[in-house]
Design a protein around this ligand. Structure first.
Ligand code: HEC
Ligand code: HEC
Length: 347
């Protein structure tokens, strides 16, 4: 278990939220930018040099190449597709063994910046560890070493040598993981929200700014904070009420307790990052909810015990829309690398 687990009682959450007036249609408070900068902090766009570095270029090829899997048809990009902004439109994805994943594929965009560890349970400490584990997971190989002859056969040895020039034998599962981490670290998508935080007043509409204020005063930001608006802590999904009756989840997932076997960890999940959330439906760890409006209502109800007025939900949705960035230019297969989008994975 890599990450530190941070659990807050709901009283502490309430104390973190700045006291703002509840008037319906006021313009946002002037101190909003200051409060938001302290709670979130901006996301920086990658430099062209970062994306062009040999390790990132190698990682880009590895990410999209369907030949590098046990069935010859599965790449990282098969479950993290461009049309779904690095996530998957299917509630569950299919791996190289033809099996369904046990949880929804979250977006890889911005994911290397998640402070508390990766995946729904934050049980991978780094992108390198996550990718290396995928060799025997999603990619379907029996042992991690089994990917090495496949890489050699498809001509990857020179690219590994260029990416790891000081190593006598650079073609290893660990370096496969490092290259994928380097590539994914370039997949950052600053958005209108960051431009507004940096001082560009017109970057967010008045409704989006009001939505940000709602996001703070409703209590969302107590859990969804940091530059990704999430990914920084573990929390119970279902603080005020059980989630399953609201999400309609067929097989409720007990979260972290499934790994730790500790009863206290029941229903604990990583707080989902909300960057690009308007493009990454369906929602939650089991993709049970197709619509962001409904997901927002469920969050308010089960996390905060609140029924939101329609106008408040509209404002929150407008704010979340301001978290949509441009798809990075390098979020695509490089020339000559075979890739196919699985049926149903993109809208
Ligand atoms: C068969 C579908 C599938 C394939 C192929 C796949 N993934 Fe994933 N990926 C998932 C699922 C499902 C999760 C969430 C698993 C969980 O939390 O239990 C995930 C999680 C992740 C995360 C964590 C994101 C976050 O915000 O926590 C990263 C990063 C990632 N995958 C990168 C990769 C890379 C790199 C590859 C290729 C080596 C890959 N994936 C291949 C389905 C897939
Ligand atoms: C007590 C902590 C907490 C609070 C408060 C909270 N959330 Fe969440 N949120 C979470 C957790 C944990 C998840 C992941 C749930 C799961 O396992 O699917 C999540 C998931 C989400 C998702 C789904 C994201 C995805 O990619 O699937 C959205 C959207 C969301 N929250 C929005 C909000 C909004 C809007 C508010 C305020 C009305 C809010 N949240 C309040 C903890 C919280």
């Amino acid at each position: 278990m890599g990450p530190r687990l941070l659990r807050m009682a709901s009283c502490v959450i309430a104390a973190l939220v700045p006291a703002l007036s509840a008037a319906q249609d006021r313009t946002p408070a002037p101190e909003l930018r200051e409060t938001a900068t302290a709670l979130f902090g901006t996301l920086r766009a990658p430099t062209p040099a970062e994306a062009e570095a040999p390790m990132a270029r190698l990682g880009q090829a590895l990410f999209w190449d369907i030949r590098l899997s046990a069935d010859g048809h599965t790449a990282c990009g098969s479950c993290h597709v461009p049309g779904a902004w690095g996530a998957d439109r299917r509630a569950f994805s299919r791996d190289a063994r033809g099996r369904s994943t046990s949880r929804h594929s979250p977006t890889v965009l911005n994911s290397m910046a998640a402070p508390a560890g990766l995946r729904w349970l934050a049980d991978r400490p780094s992108g390198a560890a996550q990718a290396e584990n995928s060799i025997t997971g999603s990619m379907g190989f029996a042992r991690a070493e089994d990917i090495l002859p496949v890489l050699r056969r498809h001509g990857y040895e020179p690219a590994f040598r260029a990416a790891f020039p000081n190593e006598a034998n650079p073609l290893t599962p660990a370096n496969y993981g490092r290259a994928l981490q380097a590539y994914q670290a370039t997949l950052r998508t600053p958005s209108a929200f960051d431009r507004w935080l940096a001082g560009e007043d017109s970057a967010m509409t008045e409704r989006q700014q009001r939505g940000l204020q709602r996001f703070l005063e409703t209590g969302c930001a107590a859990c969804h904070n940091g530059p990704l608006l999430g990914g920084a802590m573990m929390q119970r999904f279902g603080v005020a009420e059980d989630y399953a009756p609201h999400t309609g989840s067929a097989r409720p997932d007990i979260g972290l307790a499934a790994v730790t076997k500790n009863d206290e960890d029941r229903w604990i999940f990583r707080v989902a990052p909300l960057r690009n959330v308007a493009r990454t439906a369906p929602y939650f760890h089991d993709g049970a909810v197709a619509d962001l409006r409904q997901a927002t209502r469920i969050m308010a109800r089960v996390q905060l015990g609140r029924e939101l007025e329609e106008a408040v939900v509209d404002d929150l949705l407008a704010f979340m829309e301001a978290l949509t960035g441009d798809l990075p230019a390098n979020y695509a297969p490089p020339a000559g690398i075979p890739f196919e989008v699985p049926a149903g994975a993109a809208p």
